[in-house]
Design a protein around this ligand. Sequence first.
Ligand code: SF4
Length: 687
Amino acid sequence: MAAPPRKLETLLGPKGPLAERIPGFTHRPQQIAVARGVDTALAQGRPCLVEAATGVGKSIAYLVPLMRWLDKHGGRAVVSTHTLALQSQLVERDIPTLLAALPEWDIRAAALKGRSNFLCLQDMNTAAQELWTQGDPLFRQVLRWSNETDTGDVAELDFSFSGWSEIAANPDTCRQRECRHFDRCFYFKARKAAEDCNLLVVNHALFFADLRLKKENPNGPTLLPKYDAVVFDEAHHIDDMATRAFGLEWGSGRVPQLVRRVKRLVGDSEGAVDPARLAALEALNQVVVDPFLQAPSPEAYVDDLLSSDADRDAFQDRRDDLCTTLDALARELTALADRSEDTALRDRAAGLARTATRVSSELTQVTRDDAKPSPDGAEPGYFRWFHTRRASQSFPARTTLVKTPLAIDRTLQNVLFADTPRVIFASATLASGGRFDFLKKRLGLDGAEQEPPVEVVEGSPFDHENNCLLYVPRHLGPPSSSAEYVERVAEEVLELVEAARGRTFALFTSHRMLRAVHERLWDATDYPLFVQGSMPNGRLVDEFARAGNGVLLGTASFWEGVDVPGPALSQVIIDKLPFATPDSPTQRAREEQIKAGGGDAFRDYSMPQAQIRLKQGFGRLLRAAGDRGVVAILDSRLWTKGYGRDFLADLPTCPRTDRREKVYHFFDHVAEAPAPLAPAAEPVASR
Ligand code: SF4
């Protein structure tokens, strides 16, 4: 086979090797424009920001120049995704398809997941001998699977096993090379494959866990092998993921879980661990978390809840008691490990001692007041908050204490961009107002001291002008929480559902509105209803698509990543502009920070966030070239407020109306007309 052409325009062009060798490959000028931007960034050692709408074929647009660069220059690249679904698509479909079409390139691809996804054979063997697994049919299935699987990846199980965390690989208890299962160890096999490859696919959680380790100990062990370039797909999650990774979370379930494990370890053996200490730990844990569980709001600043000196002092005393008892348990377990002649018992006791020490030190860290940035700027200053989950039939009430950095720009510069300037951020929704200012500021890509990023914004290749109608009613008035307004919205949704003959996604910004609309539709429409929470999200979407005339009602998780091409989804209704809840601690902290710096929190933060979110919701409609339909945004502020025009300008260009008759007309005359011939299957370039 002849060597592949080097020019991107030829590679991705209508007569190129991809068009020749991949059935259904569609040449798109937007795809070539994105590939050129990525190529420039790789060649010049610069970051790159890419917004490429659905249908551009974004993953191929970055993979082709990336693979070409690796083939020419050597080294290793990491592609990181937010969702498992995209990771699977890249590993199982896109990359193998490209490698089959371009076999001359020296590309060895592998995927790596986080350690807790892998079965630990040592802990599995131990669990098989313990009481808690006896008679559990699911454990027996896991045991059978453990003897058959090649990967040990929990994703292979087609059922959920509640005891997975007890048998998953875990850094505290892992004996590494000393483990007698090391040669067959699933996690270390996956690590070895990652080291041998030059194109590694991971998820954002693992990528940032690795960066966090580098931040804490620049010369210490890492989770990922060394890399020379990174592509973040689904990059609109990067700000949140990085912020979370460089912060700290401490869950109230960690102490009870530790106590459970210690009890299993020592069983009935007298004197191994003081039972009174274990009872005290559970009681102290409860006392520490009680104020949060009883707080009037499910999430708030810690300082708002513990607002007086007396409250704070009492909390610190209780926390110190808990930490002291955890440290004492760690010493007791270490002593048990030291005197044990049973290797398995010794290793598990030592592992649990490390866990007890970690739980104690992280509780101290997460509750320490680090509000001010460090003088050298290396530490950004943190805000402390908590969120709670109410008790349910299956779960006890839980609280999570969180410490979140106010900024991540300096950290990213130090631990990522300084060593790896070739970082590509790609998403279908990344820009606001056609610009990346918001993201550049958050990620630290706007500094004068570094190379400016290459920026590419490519709109949808789909024909929105002819295939889409945007309906924004004025008669509902501005959004309000009044019962009367909620009723008017529910009535409007009912009318629109009837107009579209079902086939509707209704996306809500609040559960209250979702419930009200559900009640109204339940009484008044015969179209099948699919309501968030009634079954797992993936199944809900599958059943909705299968029904062909269904109505799906959902909140946050349905605004993005849901893909239903074809007429089963012909209308998207959005209840209002998706501004984040202003009283959430994260939102408040960011807004206060911007205001303190003299900025405009609405223009610089709330609005760009909401613009990106709105584009995500809008983007659910046209998923393939022949798709047609209506997007209805039930928020008159789009017409009446100055910022409404900015929101409208940020959406794909299509006819707009405030008259419902036009929606009826669209469904009677446009949406039902035969679709123009669309390209057949688009197995690779459909994203
Ligand atoms: S090497 Fe570590 S993760 Fe692997 S089986 Fe042994 S203890 Fe478990």
